[in-house]
Design a binder for this molecule. Structure first.
Ligand code: PBG
Length: 323
């Protein structure tokens, strides 16, 4: 045998020398759930180790992450039903929980990267990402709400705006709205290929944001489709996106790779709530080794081509020094 690939695996030093993919703290984005009130820290039942924080505790959590070298955060609000309506007006009210949280984090930690989620569902009495009329999700009417929401986030200090709604034309609409208001430095990380996935269940528990009727299949993509992701990614790029995101990550590694091969923009991937819950449940049963399973998942998402990974594992990875 002339070729013996095992020679490059014979020692730890050589294995590390030829390692093609690495995960570093700089690649990780930590999603954080926010709830109203004071001194709140409640665990999400389906996401062990993940909590909903009131703003005071959110600041402590951000501080402890910053000290670990984890500096990018994606914020999501749990909104009380009393504040929800058909048009998600709470999403751009100056004193809303979410806008107060963005301002508080940026005030205390100006060097942190705050990513904000633009979509109607946490604030919508219908639990959908767009305005609902006669059971239909309206596209163009929704853009106006998304524009107001994105502008409110920018005014509050958001570094990156992340539209997760999947309405057509929203990246261009948000870019134009931000630019006209002088926020041409605020970035857009677009959920380009967001699939109608079963893996968002625990997230909807965390935010109490499940759709009140039907599903999200008229706007989120069919899990069976790959080429269609290129249409979405190309449009978002033309409309001014700075990052293209694929979501979920694990069941869609081929889509991450496809988009990576077709753009010069950085690609992000969202390792979603259900993917986190699967690992935690198996670990709790003693069926998987947590460190190895977690690092294998994160490494495979990087290997597929994602530059940035949004993941609920971010803090534990750094806390336990798994990198
Ligand atoms: C809402 C939104 C969802 C997630 C991020 N933004 C859920 C959904 O579309 O229903 C899911 C994240 C996760 O599951 O971790 N626009």
């Amino acid at each position: 045998m002339l070729q013996r690939p095992r020679r490059n695996r014979k020692s730890e030093v050589i294995r590390q020398m030829v390692q093609e993919t690495h995960v570093s703290a700089a690649n990780l984005i930590f999603p954080l759930f926010i709830v109203d009130g004071e001194n709140q820290k409640t665990e999400v039942a389906s996401m062990p180790g993940i909590f909903r924080y009131s703003i005071d505790n959110l600041l402590r959590e951000v501080e402890s992450c910053m000290n670990l070298g984890l500096k990018s955060f994606d914020l999501f609000p749990n909104i009380h039903d009393d504040f929800k309506d058909k048009y998600a007006t709470e999403s751009y009210r100056e004193e809303s929980l979410y806008l107060r949280a963005i301002r508080a984090v940026k005030k205390e930690f100006p060097e942190a990267c705050v990513i904000t989620d633009v979509a109607m569902d946490p604030y919508s009495s219908d639990g959908h990402d767009g305005i609902v009329e006669n059971g239909e999700i309206l596209n163009d009417e929704t853009l106006d709400v998304l524009g107001k929401m994105a502008l409110a986030h920018a005014r509050s200090g958001a570094d990156i705006i992340a539209p997760s709604d999947m309405m057509d034309g929203r990246v261009g609409y948000i870019r134009k709205t931000l630019d006209e208001a002088g926020f041409n430095n605020v970035s857009i990380m677009s959920y380009s290929a967001k699939y109608a996935s079963a893996f968002y269940g625990p997230f909807r528990d965390a935010l109490n944001s499940a759709p009140k009727f039907g599903d999200k299949k008229t706007y989120q993509m069919n899990p069976a489709n790959q080429r269609e992701a290129l249409i979405e990614a190309n449009l978002d790029e033309l409309e001014g996106a700075d990052f293209l995101m694929v979501k979920p990550a694990l069941a869609y590694l081929d889509v991450i790779k496809l988009i990576k091969d077709n753009t010069e923009l950085p690609v992000a991937a969202y390792n979603v709530s259900g993917e986190y819950a699967m690992i935690k449940a198996a670990v709790q049963n003693g069926w998987l080794n947590e460190q190895r399973a977690t690092m294998e998942v994160l490494t495979s998402i990087r290997r597929a081509g994602a530059t940035a990974i949004l993941t609920y594992h971010a803090k534990e990875v750094l806390l336990n020094k798994w990198l």
